[in-house]
Every structure is written in C-alpha cells, then in structure tokens.
Write a protein that binds this ligand. Structure first.
Ligand SMILES: Cc1ncc(COP(=O)(O)O)c(C=O)c1O
Length: 390
C-alpha cells in the first residue's frame, strides 16, 4: 500500500529532549521521584514587568492580525538592541519577528538552500539543523566539535570542507549542548574561509548570547563584510525565560527579510500580537531579572562541574555559556544512550545522551543546570550512587 506521507518526511529529524521528558513524566506518574536535567529552558518565571506588559496589551486590543514581519515598534526595538550589542547598524526592515527563534532556522534553510547543496553545521549541535538540512534535500556536512579544542569550531576543518557546493554555514555560540563560546579570533578565521564567497550565507544562532560566564559574546555579523552574509538568530526564550511565549527573530539583509516574511505569510501569518508588545518591554524595560538569572546559573555551573569531576569515570569541562554541561563519560565504560537510560530508570535522573546532538556526541551526556542548586546536588548524589553500583 502506498504511504500517505510525502517522501521528505522520511528524513525529518526531531529533538529527543521532548521524548526523554515524556518518558520521565510517565515514570513520575507511576510515583517515581525524577530530577529533570534534560530540559533546555530556564526554570525561572518570566519577569513580572513582561507579564504585565502582555496583559495590558491584551486589554488594549492587541488581539488581531499584525504585520507578518512583526509590529513596527518591536522591529525598531530589536534593530536598536542588535545595533547596540553587535555594534553594527541595523534597520528595522532587516528584522523578521517569528513565533520562537526556531522558525528562523526552518525559514532560512528553506529560503536559501537548494537540494544537493551542502551545509556545514556543528556536531554535536542543536538537532534541528541537521533535520532541516536533510528535509530540504541538501547534504549535511558536520563540523566535529572536539573536547580538546574546548568544543570550538576548527576553522581549518571549515576551510577544508567548504566546496563550491557549500551554501550555508551554521554557527552557534554559546553552543547547545557543549556550552562552548567562539572568540572573535575564531570568527575572524571562519570569516576568512568564506571571504571570497558572496553566494554563501552564515546562519548565526545566538539564542544564548546573554547567557555567558567568561569573555563576551561576539557575532560574526560584526566583522567587516560579514553583515550582508549573515542571518542572526536571537530571541526571548532563554534570556527572558519566555520559552512558552514563542517569540524570536532573525536579523538579515532586507531582500532576504522580505523572502522570509513571505514564508511567515505562508505559514503562521504573523507572531502573536500581545506577545510582541511584551517583547518590547523585555528589551527596553529593566534587565535585572535577566542578570540575576545568569548570576544564579553561574553559581550552579560551579556546583555541577565540581560535583561531576568528583565522580569516578566522569570528567567535565566548565562551559563558558548557555546552561548545559557536556561531561565526558567514557571512563564509565558505558555508551551515552545506555548511561542516560540507566540514570533515568535506576535513580530517576533525566539527562540526554550526547548522541541526541549528533554522532560526535558519543561518549558524552548533556546535563542542563536549569534546575535548583538543591536538585542539582541531589542529582549528583544519585548519579554517583548509580555509577558505584556498576
Ligand atoms: C541552539 C538553539 N537554537 C534555537 C533554539 C530555539 O529557541 P526557541 O525556543 O526560541 O524557538 C534553541 C532552543 O532550545 C536552541 O537551543
């Protein structure tokens, strides 16, 4: 019998964190105590001023369709914010607002990459990159991130793998799942590899740009000649603890912004109107909640890195950004998937196998520290006990 599905559905990937979350919740329903360290979202509440702005906007009538690329006031606020933080001039017409930042990945790959073209992307990396590259019929070319290089991209590798078929390079700094951060020198060297190429686009995923513990966030778009070639992805989910609101954006040259807007019109029409008003408050209102959240993550980072390094068979580098650690577990003698299953079933600690982020994630786990210090300490005790039993 023929399938009701189009062929392209066979290559579409997914995010296993949602799957592990569902398994962990099922165990919880059976009465088991679970510590959730699998989820990629801040455990903090959206700041009060942002919630109030949304409620006010609802009552003020922001309940209708709005322009597809975003309401002008939010596009202006984003342009101002990106100009200031990335030190480049940005026009509001270069901003497209989307429901969460994820559609920027979806739309940019759909708009720019042809079947048969090649896309370089970090591996281990956010799984949606590879999924979307395959979905459009392009060839995924993984850039392995190695622990000995602090999980940063090796520009020599980029140089070697960039061919006339390469259409896009995806960067992600701070990186999910490793917490690595690209320096300005790293970015310069990567930019040099593509200096001659005007037909190549960089998708720079900067969703964790404000969650950084050492050094500063640098964007490849700030380098000479790179703004025109770069789509900056950023948003509100992580910085302002707004994952459920679905609000993100892309910053790109105007002609591309128009095409991406056309994809918005063809899919979701526009982003929720009152949520966009809340986004203006998030950018222009007080920033102390965001700063406090990062300060708290910084404390937890110390606890979790120190705790993991005390466990036999586990070593863990200190991440420079985001809220994940990516410990090396090869000393346990177990494979990533086997160990993450064991920790969930045996001691109720939900983490993700490194392989959820690609094949170069074998030998690692991704553990989120978006949970309280108390819960992190308890999880460390449980992991240690589980590994001692082996
Ligand atoms: C690297 C990376 N990019 C993009 C996103 C998507 O963000 P949003 O929830 O705003 O769609 C995430 C979320 O986990 C992420 O980790």
């Amino acid at each position: 019998m023929s399938s009701i599905l189009a062929d392209r559905m066979a290559v579409l990937g997914t995010e296993t964190s949602f799957e592990v979350l569902a398994r962990a919740k099922a165990l919880e329903r059976q009465g088991k105590s679970i510590i959730h360290l699998e989820i990629g979202e801040p455990d903090f509440n959206t700041p009060q001023n942002i919630k109030e702005a949304a409620v006010k906007a609802l009552y003020a009538g922001y309940t209708h369709y709005v322009p597809a690329a975003g309401i002008p006031e939010l596009r202006e606020a984003i342009a101002e914010y990106i100009s200031k933080t990335r030190k480049i001039p940005v026009d509001p017409e270069e901003v497209v607002v989307t429901p969460g930042a994820k559609p920027v990945i979806f739309f940019t790959i759909l708009a720019c990459v042809n079947p048969g073209e090649e896309v370089l992307y970090p591996n281990p990396g956010f799984p949606i990159y590879e999924s979307m590259i395959k979905f459009v019929g392009a060839k995924p070319v993984p850039i392995p991130l190695k622990e000995e290089n602090d999980f940063r991209i090796d520009h020599e590798y980029v140089k070697e793998k960039t061919t006339e078929k390469t259409k896009m390079i995806i960067l992600n700094s701070p990186e999910n799942p490793t917490g690595s951060v690209l320096t300005r020198d790293d970015l310069k060297l990567i930019a040099d590899c593509i200096a001659e190429r005007d037909d190549l686009i960089v998708l720079s995923d900067e969703i964790y740009s404000r969650i950084i513990y050492e050094g500063s966030h640098e964007s490849i778009a700030s380098l000479p000649g790179m703004k025109e070639k770069t789509v900056i992805l950023d948003g509100f989910s992580k910085t302002h603890a707004m994952t459920g609101w679905r609000l993100g954006y892309g910053v790109m040259r105007k002609d591309l912004a128009e095409k991406i807007t056309q994809l918005v019109i063809n899919s979701n029409s526009c982003t929720c109107a009152f949520v966009q008003v809340a986004g203006i408050e998030a950018l222009k209102g007080p920033q102390d909640s965001a700063d406090r959240m990062v300060a708290e993550f910084r404390k937890r980072r110390e606890i979790i890195v120190e705790g993991l390094n005390r466990i036999k068979g586990v070593t863990c580098k200190k991440p420079k950004g985001a809220f994940y650690v990516f410990p090396n577990i090869t000393g346990t003698g177990m494979r990533s998937k086997e160990l993450s299953d064991y920790l969930l079933n045996e001691v109720g600690v939900a983490v993700l196998p490194g392989t959820s982020f690609g094949r170069y994630g074998e030998g690692y786990l991704r553990i989120s520290f978006a949970n309280s210090a108390e819960n992190i300490k308890e999880a460390l005790r449980r992991i240690e006990a589980a590994l001692e039993k082996l």
